[in-house]
Design a protein around this ligand. Sequence first.
Ligand code: 2PG
Length: 247
Amino acid sequence: MTYTLILLRHGNSEWNQKNLFTGWVDVDLSDQGRAEATRAGELLAESGILPDIQYTSVLKRAIHTADIALAGADRDWIDVKRSWRLNERHYGALQGLDKAETLEKYGQEQFMTWRRSFDVPPPPLSDDSEFSQANDVRYAGLGDDLPRTESLKLVIDRMLPYWESDIKPDLATGKTVLVTAHGNSLRALVKHLDGISDADIAELNIPTGIPLVYTLGDDFYPVEPAVYLDPEAAAAGAAAVANQGKK
Ligand SMILES: O=C(O)[C@@H](CO)OP(=O)(O)O
């Protein structure tokens, strides 16, 4: 028995377009992002790989991408589950900062340590920052779990329990599961699925808006390499993410 899991990073957002660190700030899709989400829906429809259940974070760039893509695949009607555990990595005090200016100010090494090291989080975001989520009603129940910054390691720590408790059981019933989330929360899941080392994960970037299809075996690990439904666009998109910050 094999199981089908589709991962989809949200389309380009207003802050991707402005080249700002985003994290948990709830910005919407740009026009380009909405077009990418439409294309993602077409790719799903063309491939015939159609989700039976949708998972998203609680951030609107993922929610709107999922809605648009599902509409394009005539799957608006499927069940949806959302969790903060699929949110983007909390970017701490970098949230709202310009990536190019941050690179210039702190240098390439520090910039890449913050962006892509496995376990070094950026400095924490103060609760009185305009970019803080400390008083956001959607996280009211989180208590001490509410992050003020996160490394990729911390994202894995909060995402994997949800993979085990919810996503895996849905896969086990034979449903095709679509997870629409974020660059770094999906890097966390891909690291787990593909067994990527703490060092090598730094090189992995996920493009916006292109479905990535996994075929999983009985142990819920891949039986073959995952495939992007548009491999050429995925390679170009991943390179663009890697180069963010450079002018
Ligand atoms: O700003 C962010 O939240 C993420 C995703 O857009 O950026 P990065 O790719 O630099 O981790």
